[in-house]
Design a protein around this ligand. Structure first.
Ligand code: ADP
Ligand code: MG
Length: 387
């Protein structure tokens, strides 16, 4: 939990008796729809309460000074000076958003920012989007620039592409900017349309388990998977000349033509095509409050990511296996790119304590590692908080 009062005391100690404004932007967890985004498909994330909080006050000049209490570091850039380009440090996310916003016509004021986040870093819960969107909202708000959440999300994504060098889809920034409390967000990654899907959580709870591992494979394998999916589309075009992405292939069509695909292309295509299908089914399940079905789809998603897409790892598999044997667990799957990071679990509300206890114990026995276990509540997207 971020202690906002403490954040404010530290801000006043550092910058004197000004009245800073407070902004927050959340991390996110993807409920289902993994590795579908770059195939023009569907994803179904929700924002979580864990967020980046930013205190912000304008300055007379055009310098932006940012202090991260997580890192105990201050870094600065000047909007009137030429950009230095990628530095390979956390400031890139903040400067990236500011530079993109200015390039697109916003005139920003200089500012003192102080931030603290309780989104774990590098765990697949998108601390990076929380950082981009919270600081982007702070800077535009201080500058009196009206910005709609979609434009802000796109600026965050561009910052990540151009200033950090991560070719991420739009899911993270969209969710952090647009999400709604007690709702998941269905995003069509082709049209960028987003629909809020009610998440009735009276009987069930979403829980996140952080495996606390991150295997080095993640980014090279990510590029390989992207290429394999593109190859799959090329090969399937012999039968389906109008397809542009795996999004355009139905499960039925894949079944008809998959024999002609070489391995591992066939497996990769099968994951993406079935995962898109599961994601749309999951939306229906949530709308009907059919959590048994939602959970089943989550287990199937994990199996598909493990066996066909091959982006899981033994720690994530252990978390899902352990969860699957606990009474009251309706579903469990890895979430995020894979090779480490977190699982997302659908758990009956009255089994939360047992879930924590069993996962903690058995995960430690099997891997010698400690899992972090959180309840995740579907929260609102980025906002200013009145203080
Ligand atoms: P994820 O988004 O899954 O958490 P990323 O690798 O995309 O992982 O982003 C993590 C990076 O974002 C960190 O290495 C750091 O550079 C930056 N970052 C996230 N939160 C903070 C923070 N509170 N203060 C400073 N930098 C942060
Ligand atoms: Mg990230």
């Amino acid at each position: 939990m971020v202690d906002v009062e403490k954040l404010r005391r530290v801000f006043v100690e550092m910058h004197g008796d000004v009245e800073p404004r407070l902004f927050r932007a959340p991390g996110r967890v993807n409920l289902i729809g993994e590795h579908t985004d770059y195939n023009d498909g569907f994803v179904l994330p929700m924002a979580i309460e864990q967020s980046t909080f930013v205190l912000a006050a304008p300055r007379a000049d055009r310098r932006v000074s940012v202090r991260s209490l997580n890192f105990n570091k201050t870094a600065e850039f000047d909007l009137d000076e030429a950009e230095e380009g990628k530095r390979g440090v956390w400031l890139d996310y903040v400067e990236g958003v500011a530079r993109v916003l200015e390039r697109e016509g916003a005139r920003l004021t200089g500012a003192n920012l102080m931030l603290q986040s309780d989104v774990p870093e590098g765990a697949g819960l998108s601390s990076s989007a929380a950082l981009e969107i919270s600081t982007g909202l702070a800077l535009t708000s201080l500058s009196g620039v009206e910005i709609d959440p979609i434009t802000l999300a796109l600026a965050g994504q561009k910052a990540e592409h151009e200033y950090v060098g991560t070719k991420s889809g739009i899911m993270d920034q969209y969710t952090s900017a647009l999400a709604r409390k007690n709702h998941a967000l269905l995003i069509d990654c082709r049209t960028l349309e987003a629909v809020h899907v009610p998440l009735d959580d009276s009987g069930v709870v979403i829980m996140i388990c952080n495996s606390n591992v991150r295997h080095a494979l993640a980014s090279s394998e990510y590029n390989t998977r992207r290429a394999e999916c593109e190859r799959g589309v090329e090969l399937l075009r012999r039968f389906l000349p109008n397809i542009k992405a795996l999004r355009d292939v139905s499960v039925r069509e894949l079944e008809a033509y998959e024999e002609s695909l070489p391995e591992p292309i066939r497996q990769r295509c099968r994951h993406v095509v079935t995962e898109n299908d599961r994601t749309l089914e999951a939306v229906e399940a949530l709308r009907q409050k059919d959590f048994q079905k939602m959970g089943r789809l989550m287990f199937e998603s994990h199996e598909s990511l493990r066996a066909d897409y091959e982006v899981s790892c033994k720690e994530l598999d252990a978390l899902v296996e352990i969860a699957g044997r606990i009474e009251g667990v309706l579903g469990a799957r890895m979430t995020g790119g894979g090779f480490g990071g977190c699982t997302v679990n659908l758990v009956a509300r009255d089994q939360v304590a047992r879930f924590r206890e069993i996962i903690a114990r058995e995960y430690r026995q099997r891997t010698k590692l400690n899992a972090d276990i959180y309840v995740a509540k579907a929260s609102d997207g980025a906002e200013e908080i009145r203080i």
